[in-house]
Ligand binder design. Sequence first.
Ligand SMILES: CCCCCCCC(=O)SCCNC(=O)CCNC(=O)[C@H](O)C(C)(C)COP(=O)(O)OP(=O)(O)OC[C@H]1O[C@@H](n2cnc3c(N)ncnc32)[C@H](O)[C@@H]1OP(=O)(O)O
Length: 238
Amino acid sequence: MLRRCARLLRTTGALCGPKRGRSFSSEVLHVDHSLPNPSWNEDMRLLFDQFMKKSEDGSWKRLPSYKYNPTERIEDVKIFFPDAKLLKEQMSQAQLFPRSLGEGVGFEYAMFHNHVEDRTVCIFQGGPHLQGAPGFLHGGAIATMIDSTLGMCAILTGGIAMTANLNINFRRPIPLCSVVVINCQLDRVEGRKLFVSCNVRSMDEKTLYSEATSTFVKLDPKKKIDIRASGAFYTNLQ
Ligand SMILES: CCCCCCCC(=O)SCCNC(=O)CCNC(=O)[C@H](O)C(C)(C)COP(=O)(O)OP(=O)(O)OC[C@H]1O[C@@H](n2cnc3c(N)ncnc32)[C@H](O)[C@@H]1OP(=O)(O)O
């Protein structure tokens, strides 16, 4: 396991220290990080190819993923924010948390969504900078990918929503640099509440690493989020 991580660190150049002088060009802004890169191991590539094959008939769709929010995302959430200019400023500087670490050392993942079955699958290779217990992934890193995949499933089936409740059972530790599959599904909808659950399994599906249930709440267009407030508030402004 540790040898596998060391090989990965060499491939990505992470052992040579951080890259300097990276320009904030439009090339960086528009890189789709859900596509294979040299840090992906064989298992990750195999699963990616399998899901790309499933996507050929249109039942599954690969979900592109960027570090920086594309303009359409700002358009999607604009109605919830009274100060659209401030929102644009903040979003243009912010980075998506699971994409904020260097290539190969943190969260390497790709998601696929099935609109007919209301399911989202994430193939995830957790890198060496996500260590918790020696040789294994940190629980917070697992929770991050679970929340992100559940969130994507909720948003794609129900619209803009936030995690209100998340329960995770950690059944087995996930070896660092291994590949797991997060399988999410929308269980039911009650008003603005979306109930989404998932399990995290090994590639051969034999090992159940974690399982989770969650409640996402669709944002109420009558309420506004004020990001200027010291404790940002989300309330009815009428
Ligand atoms: C794009 C990539 C995907 C990324 C996914 C990542 C998702 C995230 O991590 S989001 C960040 C973490 N989450 C947050 O910060 C959310 C903080 N919480 C909030 O802002 C609010 O409480 C929010 C938006 C969840 C709900 O607020 P609001 O719309 O005012 O809800 P409210 O009107 O009180 O309640 C609506 C319903 O939800 C229920 N509800 C509210 N909070 C909860 C909760 N914590 N647990 C269970 N149910 C809840 C209420 O009981 C009510 O149910 P009913 O309609 O049956 O009476």
